[in-house]
Design a protein around this ligand. Structure first.
Ligand code: SF4
Ligand code: SF4
Ligand code: SF4
Length: 158
């Protein structure tokens, strides 16, 4: 796994926060802030002490560097590596959005529709329309079903 695709854990973020649980961000603790940051529900700027107090400046720079790959990705945080994809079709079948668009998919019936999120073509999965993903607003659900069922590791969610 490349450094860039390595998953960030809330603890890694937490360790670089002020760890004072001051609640200025509106969360009850720094670990709650870190967890929600990785879900895209808040930004570093929502932690005022981190920017106000020069003693946190070095940690702030480290946090910005750590979080940069997330900013560069689609808002859903989903990456599909075609080199690792075996074309098994699991992502097509398990994605709840795919199934809600075309219920036949849940019965294992191959359907070629271009309004789905995932489709397998020529032995490789393609992402057609990521904006339908439940990770996007308004739902913003931390769905990871496709990643869980992609046994080859081709799908990664940050
Ligand atoms: S504002 Fe920053 S230091 Fe205070 S609780 Fe939130 S994350 Fe922790
Ligand atoms: S995260 Fe969930 S909704 Fe989004 S593409 Fe994967 S399975 Fe579908
Ligand atoms: S589940 Fe993974 S390996 Fe299977 S088709 Fe989807 S991306 Fe490819």
């Amino acid at each position: 796994m490349s450094e860039k695709s390595k998953k960030l854990s809330p603890l890694e973020v937490y360790n670089l926060l002020p760890k004072t649980n001051c609640k200025e961000c509106g969360y009850p603790s720094c670990i709650a802030f870190a967890t929600n940051l990785l879900l895209g529900k808040n930004k570093l700027e929502d932690c005022p002490p981190l920017f106000r107090d020069p003693k946190y400046a070095a940690n702030l720079e480290k946090l910005k560097t750590l979080l940069k790959p997330m900013e560069e990705m689609a808002e859903t945080g989903i990456k599909l590596d075609p080199d690792k994809c075996t074309g098994c079709g699991n992502c097509v079948v398990v994605c709840p959005v795919n199934v809600s668009i075309e219920p036949k998919i849940a019965k294992g019936i191959g359907v070629k529709r271009f309004d789905l999120i995932f489709l397998v073509e020529n032995g490789k999965a393609k992402i057609l329309d990521l904006e339908k993903c439940r990770r996007f607003p308004p739902e913003r659900i931390n769905c990871r079903v496709c990643e869980e069922y992609c046994y080859s590791g081709a799908i990664e969610i940050f």
